[in-house]
Design a protein around this ligand. Structure first.
Ligand SMILES: Nc1nc2c(ncn2[C@@H]2O[C@H](COP(=O)(O)O)[C@@H](O)[C@H]2O)c(=O)[nH]1
Ligand SMILES: [Mg+2]
Length: 612
């Protein structure tokens, strides 16, 4: 249990021929770049202002009678918006000094101490980290593309084509029980607290029947379960729930021999194909603003890091052609026709996903660079990409050519002032060598995928990590607004526990003590009275807790809590992310030399002793 520092009272190329082909099969021994890059030398750091975020830690004084002033600038979680709705850059170390205080929803939260002075390279994931997709359009596209494939390729009925997608329904952190057709939310002990079969909520008995009584605790992992741990999975989870409902109500309408698990597999493979065959990427490439949020803070952030003498790198599972389009949009507001490579000036090294020709469903382990990229013992080859043509250097007639001394990287070090180099595949050893990184603890990597970006990089490698959780912005805002209800809930729980203790004592006395008839009658009456009180408090607590959760999400409640315990997702965030925040650009609200420190750890036995 950690309390914040201040007192808290609590593919193949995915493009069709109309797009430039990224990978040419010609051999190329190209060793330099023609495109013009602006001066690439490390600039002298700008003056760092001292009004940093040391002063920013919010104090959630819930029991000191301090009223929250939501109009108060410190508490506002509205993004800084310009008139056109685009978030404006806000740079801590800008000559203007940036904003004095990070708003609550934009703060960076710390699980594990991280002194930025020890970090010499900051890396970024691209999709859903630098590029925040708009789920209402992007995930809808994935949903519709998936249905189209289910109908045309896998024999599902045509009426699916008329279904609609509610992009707000599913949330991260849920678990799909593939065999039973259920979607689950569990707490950090993996107790299933919220469960739906399709869209029907399971009764308590059903929940206990399926998940409560097993002698061996279920791990709730693959292959029987699937984790909804990236925003990319929201559409498939929703479609799966719809199909479960559909199958229950229309037996015989789904293809023969298809059960829930098979249905999930079909959905997964159709989603996978949408990511590989251009269904999604071609549409994004044509009209990025429809699918990706513009973020004018990204370039200033990258500049700030580079000015502070950090190397910057990008490691994405997207292929080079798509990466170039997305990064052009994010950094230069350029679209397909006007794409160039100017954005590379903000990075020292870019590593994109590698092409796999096998069509295997478990995309995480097969086609991508990550998480395999983080395995030092992996011998995936690294190929340099020629940005203009997308051609791979070090290829033999298009066939990847094994590098000499496969087990140790044979690439040359990046020299200072040399422009950014683009690679495909490889492993973390290559990256370390390219950036002259001696210890993995000198790297901070920012990603959105707890499993693919954060868990592996931190656990296996020892990189320092920052998880981007866009949902956090609303979550902390609501936490603040609902602080009174949460305080009331705490009191109800403590009342309930107190009453129950009294009941137990009285019962013990009635059963084992030598009491006369009057005493027995008196104690029995007291027990009856207390039981009535306990039931009232219990019902009130349940109701209030449900209502409180529903403020966060009508179905699944608060992202980081299940009941009143940390959710499984929150538990993973706490264990694997050194830092977490709502948007990558929040980094620019803090000094690049900041020492992030977690709040003090608290054990339950300390709560009632230390004044808070
Ligand atoms: N083949 C599949 N690709 C997928 C799937 N879900 C996401 N993706 C792609 O992965 C990368 C993620 O990039 P990163 O920058 O976050 O590392 C992106 O290109 C997605 O399109 C999938 O199910 N199958
Ligand atoms: Mg990502």
């Amino acid at each position: 249990m950690r309390i914040p520092k201040r007192p808290v009272s609590f593919c193949l190329s995915l493009f069709s021929p109309e797009f430039p082909r990224p990978l040419d099969s010609r051999i190329s021994f190209y060793s330099g770049f023609h495109y013009k890059t602006p001066n690439f030398s490390f600039a002298k750091p700008k003056q760092i202002h001292s009004t940093g975020v040391n002063q920013l830690h919010m104090s959630y004084m819930m029991d000191k009678g301090q009223k929250a002033v939501l109009g108060d600038k410190r508490l506002s979680s509205e993004p800084m918006e310009s008139s056109d709705g685009v978030q404006e850059p806000c740079i801590w170390s800008s000559p203007e000094g940036g904003k004095d205080e990070a708003e609550l929803g934009k703060q960076i939260f710390c699980n594990r101490s991280l002194n930025m002075r020890n970090i010499i390279a900051v890396g970024f994931d691209m999709d859903y980290t630098l590029a925040q997709y708009k789920p209402e359009t992007f995930e809808k596209l994935a949903y519709e593309g998936t249905i189209e494939k289910l109908v045309s390729n896998l024999g599902y009925p045509e009426e699916l084509l008329g279904w609609t997608f509610n992009w707000k329904y599913m949330v991260r952190g849920l678990v799909v029980d593939k065999k039973r057709g259920n979607i689950l939310k569990m707490d950090r002990h993996k107790y299933v607290k919220v469960a739906y079969h399709g869209f029907r909520e399971l009764t308590k008995e059903e929940k206990v029947g399926s998940y409560g009584n097993t002698l061996i605790r279920d791990a709730f992992d693959e292959p029987d379960y699937a984790l909804i741990d990236t925003l990319f999975s929201l559409a498939e989870a929703y479609l799966f729930a719809q199909l479960v409902d559909f199958m229950d109500k229309n037996p015989g309408r789904v293809p023969a021999k298809v059960d829930y698990a098979r249905m999930y597999k079909d959905v997964r493979s159709a989603v996978d194909m949408c990511h590989r065959d251009g269904t999604l990427k071609q549409m994004v490439a044509k009209d990025p603003i429809k699918y990706i949020n513009e973020d004018k803070s990204i370039v200033p952030l990258l500049k700030m890091l580079r000015d502070s003498r950090r190397a910057t790198f990008l490691v994405t599972n997207s292929l080079w052609d798509y990466t170039n389009i997305v990064m052009n949009f994010l950094c230069e507001s350029r679209t397909l026709d006007a794409c160039n490579f100017d954005w590379l000036q903000y990075f020292d090294v870019v590593i994109t996903g590698r092409v796999m020709y096998d069509s295997v469903i478990d995309f995480d382990n097969i086609f991508s660079a990550k998480p395999g990229f983080f395995h030092e013992e992996s011998n995936a080859n690294l190929f340099e990409v020629e940005p203009e043509s997308g051609k791979l250097i070090n290829t033999d007639n298009g066939t990847p050519m094994a590098q000499v001394g496969n087990t140790s990287p044979s690439i040359t070090l990046k020299k200072q002032n040399e422009c950014c180099r683009v690679f495909q595949g490889g492993t973390v050893r290559h990256l370390h060598k390219l950036l002259s990184i001696e210890s993995s603890s000198q790297v901070l990597y920012v990603g959105d995928h707890i499993y693919g970006d954060i868990l592996r990089s931190k656990k296996i490698l020892g990189w320092r990590t920052m998880l981007v959780v866009p949902e956090l912005e609303t979550e902390v805002k609501l936490l603040w607004e609902l602080r009174d209800s949460r305080k009331a809930l705490q009191l109800m729980r403590s009342d309930r526990d107190h009453i129950e203790d009294q009941i137990h004592r009285l019962r013990w006395s009635l059963d084992f003590e030598d009491l006369n008839a009057d005493q027995k009658q008196e104690k029995s009456a007291l027990v009856e009275d207390l039981e009535l009180q306990r039931n009232q408090v219990r019902i009130k607590h349940q109701q209030t807790q449900r209502e409180c959760h529903q403020n966060f999400h009508k179905v699944w409640g608060q992202l980081m809590k299940t009941g009143y315990q940390n959710s499984r997702f929150a538990h993973q965030v706490e264990r694997f992310a050194c830092l977490y925040t709502s948007q990558v650009s929040n980094l620019s609200l803090y000094s690049p030399n900041k020492y992030y420190r977690p709040g003090e750890d608290f054990m339950p036995h300390e709560f009632n002793i230390l004044p808070m």
